[in-house]
Design a protein around this ligand. Structure first.
Ligand SMILES: Cc1cc2nc3c(=O)[nH]c(=O)nc-3n(C[C@H](O)[C@H](O)[C@H](O)COP(=O)(O)O)c2cc1C
Length: 215
């Protein structure tokens, strides 16, 4: 499966949040028994939220830029962390392939960038600057960031903070962590075992929070 094309899914109804399951069961059981047609304005296969029943799970988008592959490895690890937690759909996209509209649907957005001169690469900054088009519409989504730099003290934390500032200005919810990399996973060059643990943890905690808020 080419994850860059869209969302992978663990589309097992048993993994959908219980509140959503209840709504689905209720709708599925009520629909055929109805004596009168449903109101025309709502499709029978849609939940009240407007989300399609067949795609009722919340979504997380991991978008990243990587010049030489280190941040890409981190993105894969974060992706694995989301899958470990389960119960959400997760997509992986390069920043260059991400359309602005792709930011609207997911309930969680995680952003990765190499550290370039102490901040994010222009490919990520461009996307964030252009996201002003949807200013206000990303509010309430869950966010996070990760970065690989060339050296210790090379600026990976300042890169993460610069990404997080943009997400906060969008009104997004950013969970920190009391253990490990507090602001988000960092790597020096290619991610080592320590970085991997932090990437997996970011994926897991983002998925857990998205499920709590939107499941
Ligand atoms: C234009 C440019 C600027 C960079 N600036 C920094 C920097 O300020 N601090 C640092 O530690 N490394 C810097 N690096 C090194 C990268 O952050 C590092 O190699 C990183 O692991 C690359 O990630 P990637 O493989 O995902 O592209 C820079 C590299 C480039 C190409």
């Amino acid at each position: 499966m080419d994850r860059s094309l869209g969302y992978s899914t663990t589309s097992d109804i048993s993994r959908i949040g219980t509140a959503v399951q209840r709504r689905i069961r209720c709708r599925l059981s009520a629909w055929p028994a109805k004596a009168h047609p449903a109101p025309a304005r709502r499709h029978p296969w849609r939940l009240r939220s407007g989300r399609d029943i067949m795609h009722a799970m919340a979504k997380i988008l991991i978008l990243y830029y990587s010049g030489t592959g280190n941040t890409a490895k981190m993105a894969e690890m974060v992706h694995r962390g989301v899958e470990e937690e389960g119960g959400v759909e997760v997509g992986l996209k390069k920043a260059e392939d991400t359309r602005l509209e792709d930011l609207l649907e997911p309930e969680g957005i995680l952003v990765g960038s190499p550290t370039y001169y102490g901040t994010m690469a222009w490919q990520v900054k461009k996307l964030l600057d252009e996201s002003v088009k949807y200013h206000g519409r990303l509010a309430g989504k869950v966010g996070g960031a990760f970065s690989s730099a060339g050296g210790m003290g090379g600026g990976n934390e300042t890169t993460i903070m610069n990404i997080l500032k943009a997400l906060l200005i969008h009104g997004m919810i950013i969970p920190g962590t009391p253990s490990g990399d507090h602001y988000g996973p960092v790597a020096v060059g290619s991610p080592d075992g320590r970085s991997e643990e932090n990437c997996l943890a970011l994926g897991r905690r983002t998925a857990a929070l998205v499920k709590r808020l939107f499941g």
